[in-house]
Design a protein around this ligand. Structure first.
Ligand code: NAD
Length: 481
């Protein structure tokens, strides 16, 4: 397999600080396989990126939005053409099963096409004036330079759902991906430039949060920062942005719940719970990890779930049949393994996958646990791995309390055939993404996405709402005779 070298990409070109890599990535599906070397930028190059984003801003924002849309359209075509290359690289880098990863790259293509079409949509409104002969209207304008800081679990879709709306609004960008998503980030940015993205508009800065991330937040000239990652990092970044009066949005952790009612179609509910909990090894921010079951549904649902687990195959990410691959890194493996031990010590194991994997990778067997107290760590903390905790309840109000007592508020689902239960759930549960008879994971690109409580700064990504973050409004008034 080819070993990839990834650098920062500043002012339209690869920028090397040293011949010695700062970090190397090994395939989480097979840890003896070196995937690539990563080179971080030095201080001078960080400043150069800021300058380049400044210089590019004037021209990029003065293009018509139609012209910017045409550029985005070309990026979409290029990504579609290279979808297998990007998907394979990202999958080797962070372990997402190849079928899911290819779907994620295609989501990136859809996002680019969706936002390219914004170039010919309305960007303001006419507001009647109280004075005669005055035309009063609003106009959406870019913020300027924006910072984008992304996690590793959606290495393509999350960056693109920030980059595409930022670009169509006329901003230029400093983007820092997660360390273990740097190889695919580099190739993506290289590809975008090959497809015609003007230099300086999108600058890729690799490196650690403590250095590169810190530079973007503290020392660059950004006017907005969009962050996705853990609640711990996001809340401290938000405080620093507030001090500098930089517009920010933070999308963070989750501890997502699903509620099973007796009237549900148990086979369909079990399939949705397995998919929402175990695909990508439970490393989706919207993955289900708390399953609350009405006492009258306990036996039928758990029987259906255990039956469904026969389809949940733990295989290397390269296998198209892989339902879940490894977790993404050694850190993830150690963190999730500690929760597995805790679950085995303090809970009752209802199901554990018994497949034996020949490869030496960061594999964690899917685990279903019950008999936990309602404030147990397995039901409270974000594990970000293939473990779910089950708990029974007796009344719908009790289920609402269980769902709402989490500090997080990203997504939740109810499985029922009773319309009243669905509507009450939609009304009473405090999460940003709320669903009935659908898994907690996943949202369509044209719909707003984001959480409540400790999951979000309450702004929304994707769909039309993303444009509100990457722009501000000028109110214009013209007097004529
Ligand atoms: P993380 O918070 O460790 O890192 C996210 C990004 O922030 C990385 O690029 C990292 O290098 C950077 N960073 C870290 N410290 C920084 C600092 N001090 N200054 C600036 N940047 C810094 O998160 P992660 O482990 O990469 O991702 C997993 C987390 O992301 C989970 O909690 C998951 O729920 C969350 N997530 C949320 C969403 C959502 O939309 N709500 C989506 C995906 C992932």
């Amino acid at each position: 397999m080819t070993v990839i070298h990834a650098y920062s990409y500043i002012n339209g070109k690869t920028t090397k600080a040293s011949d010695q890599p700062d970090n190397s990535t090994y395939n989480p599906s097979k840890t003896s396989e070196l995937v690539g070397h990563i080179y971080y930028p030095n201080d001078e190059q960080l400043h150069e990126a800021n300058l380049s984003a400044h210089q590019a801003l004037k021209q990029w924002k003065s293009k018509t939005s139609n012209e910017r849309g045409q550029v985005l359209h070309k990026l979409a075509d290029a990504l579609e053409e290279h979808k297998d290359e990007i998907a394979q690289l990202a999958s080797r880098e962070m372990g997402k099963p190849i079928t899911e990863m290819t779907g994620e790259v295609l989501r990136g293509v859809q996002l680019l096409r969706y936002y390219s079409a914004e170039g010919v949509r309305s960007d303001g409104e006419v507001i009647p004036s109280a004075q005669p002969n005055v035309l009063q209207y609003t106009k959406r304008v870019p913020l300027g330079i924006v910072g984008i800081i992304t996690p590793w679990n959606f290495p393509v879709a999350i960056p693109i759902w920030k980059i595409a709306p930022a670009l169509i609004c006329g901003n230029t960008i400093l983007w820092k991906p997660a360390e273990n998503a740097s190889l695919s980030a580099y190739r993506l940015v290289e590809l975008f430039h090959e497809a015609g993205l003007p230099e300086g508009v999108l600058n890729l800065l690799l490196g650690r949060g403590s250095k590169t991330g810190n530079y973007i937040i503290e020392d660059s000239d950004i006017r907005g920062l969009s962050f996705t990652g853990s609640t711990e990092t996001g809340t401290q970044i938000a405080a620093r942005c507030a001090t500098r009066n930089i517009k920010y949005q933070t999308e963070m952790g989750g501890k997502n719940a699903a509620v099973i009612m007796p009237s549900a179609n148990m086979t369909a509910a079990a399939a949705a719970i397995a998919s929402g909990s175990f695909r990508s090894a439970g490393q989706k921010c919207t993955a289900s990890s708390r399953i609350f079951i009405h006492r009258d549904a306990e036996e039928t649902f758990t029987t259906a779930l255990i039956e469904e687990m026969k389809n949940v195959q733990l295989l290397p990410a390269t296998d198209p049949k892989s339902y879940l691959g490894p977790v993404a890194s050694k850190d993830q493996f150690e963190k999730v393994s500690a929760y597995v031990e805790l679950a085995k010590k303090e809970g009752n194991i209802l199901y554990e996958n018994e497949e034996v994997i020949e490869e030496d990778g960061y594999y964690i067997r899917p685990l279903i646990v019950n008999n936990l107290s309602r404030d147990h760590a397995i039901l409270k903390e974000e594990i970000f791995g293939p473990i779910i905790g089950l708990k029974t309840f007796q009344t719908l109000d009790e289920a609402f309390d269980l769902v709402n007592e989490s500090e997080y508020g990203l997504s939740a689902s109810i499985f029922t055939n009773e319309a009243n239960e669905t509507f009450k759930f939609l009304d009473q549960v405090d999460v940003g993404l709320i669903r009935s008879n659908l898994e907690t994971a996943g949202v369509e690109y044209q719909a707003p996405f984001g959480g409540m409580k400790q999951s979000s700064s309450y702004s929304r990504e994707q769909g039309q709402t993303a444009l509100d973050f990457y722009s501000t409004i000028k109110t214009c008034a013209i007097k004529y005779e």
